[in-house]
Design a protein around this ligand. Structure first.
Ligand code: HDL
Ligand code: ZN
Length: 419
């Protein structure tokens, strides 16, 4: 029995809202990792997306802005984006959505009210409150083996909040190898810049030791538009071929390639200084073809690359597109990307990740993702139903569960029952 379009749309909305998400890429950390887990109004207003947008309003000299305290910078951002202009950007409107979800009167929102409504201390209860509001069951961290502040906690990872899971992020190893050689040597690994002698064996041991410490769900690194494969003589190409790919295959870990991030275009903006690049997809196709027993989680930063990525995923089932990353995580582009993927892949990809840097980001990033996915899925199911296909609540729930968690869990080999 077919449903009226309006009934179908509200059913899709309810199922999408009710379906928990597995947030497979964030910059959040387990509460046991202390100040690494950011939360509260001042952290939210110091989010680098807002910092860069605020400079377009206040035009302060960079050194003057960075010379302020975090609270003072939050005030500058607040005045620029919420007092002197309207918070219509993705990141600024997200703060309003966070405030509303946390009980503020957003019709007359003030910085004081926002500071009172959010907590600067990520207690277990506060974390649960935020995760429940976002309907997120698990959070995958971005774990950098070359960040001493973070690795200081690695020996205690086993006893941490089980909702926080690890990924092993290798940007420095893959993109700045010569700079980490002395660090690796100091850690007791016999490596050199030319990858001679025992370097390959020792880099493999380094990865094994990292994985034994954090038990990552996947390994990841980002590239700009410079990713070349095969690159038999290049350092990154050799580390990829001789160390990372065999390590991932034998350990059963997908490799996540996050392509098109051009770092520090404006260093004066610090974390906000990165931009994007139009990255080639052909090297990725060759990689997937040459390594059918490796699995690749891929997100691309440039809008221009999204279509080619989806078509590549049609060619290689060991390629799993994920999320709408960073500069394409806007309503317009998320809708475009989700439609493109559904129309070319069906519900066989990972719909979204939050990339949250501040705990409360989970609220608006997932609220936003659910709103767009509801719009797109309702449209697709209406089309299906108009062709006589039976669309039921069970069918919708199965598809949304796959998009929000199942496709990721199956791709990384995580059993459904693991919490
Ligand atoms: O490289 C990455 O994982 C990116 O997500 C960067 O961390 C970026 O600064 C970011 O936070 N994007 O949302
Ligand atoms: Zn990220």
């Amino acid at each position: 029995m077919t449903m009226a379009d309006a009934d179908l749309a509200s059913l899709v909305a309810r199922v999408v809202d009710e379906t928990p998400a597995f947030d497979m890429h964030t910059h959040l950390f387990a509460p046991e990792m202390g100040s690494l887990l950011l939360c509260g109004a001042d952290e939210a207003l110091n989010f680098h997306y807002l910092v860069s947008e605020s400079f377009r309003v206040h035009h302060m000299p960079y050194h003057e802005f960075w010379g302020l305290s975090k609270a003072q910078r939050a005030e500058v951002v607040w005045n620029s984006l919420f007092r002197d202009t309207s918070p219509v950007s993705e990141a600024a409107s997200g703060v309003v959505e966070i405030a509303r979800a946390m009980g503020c009167d957003t019709g007359r929102l003030t910085l004081t009210a926002l500071r009172e409504a959010l907590s600067d201390v990520p207690t277990a209860e506060y974390i649960s409150r935020i995760m429940n509001l976002a309907n997120v069951t698990h959070i995958v961290m971005t774990n950098d083996p070359f960040d001493d502040q973070e690795t200081a906690f690695w020996s205690e990872m086993g006893g941490m909040d089980k909702r926080f899971l690890a990924s092993l992020r290798l940007d420095k190893l893959m993109n700045q190898y010569s700079s980490v050689v002395p660090v690796l040597i100091a850690k007791g690994y016999e490596v050199d810049e030319s990858l001679s002698g025992r370097s390959v064996v020792e880099l493999r041991r380094f990865l094994e030791d990292c994985a034994d410490a954090v038990h990552p769900l996947y390994v990841a690194f980002s590239t700009a538009d410079d990713f070349v494969y095969p690159e038999p003589d290049g350092v990154r190409g050799r580390i990829l071929k001789e160390v990372v790919l065999p390590f991932c295959r034998e350990r059963g870990l997908p490799l996540s390639l996050m392509m098109g991030a051009r770092r520090q275009v404006n260093p004066a903006l610090r974390a906000a200084g990165d931009s994007l690049a139009n990255a080639p997809v052909r090297p990725l196709e060759s990689l997937c073809a040459d390594y059918p027993d490796n699995r690749f989680l891929v997100s691309m930063l440039a809008r221009e690359n999204q279509h080619a990525l989806v078509v590549a995923a049609r060619k290689f089932h060991n390629l799993m597109p994920f999320g709408c990353w960073w500069f394409v995580n806007t309503d317009t582009l998320v809708e475009e990307i989700i439609r493109m993927r559904l129309e070319l892949l069906g519900p066989t990809f990972i719909a979204q990740h939050s990339d949250a840097r501040v705990l409360e980001h989970l609220i608006y990033k997932w609220q936003r993702a659910r709103r767009v996915l509801t719009r797109v899925l309702a449209d697709k199911y209406e089309n299906l139903q108009s062709s006589g296909w039976l669309v039921t609540e069970d069918v919708i729930r199965r598809d949304v569960e796959q998009l929000f968690s199942g496709n990721f869990r199956q791709f990384v080999g995580l059993a459904e029952s693991s919490g």
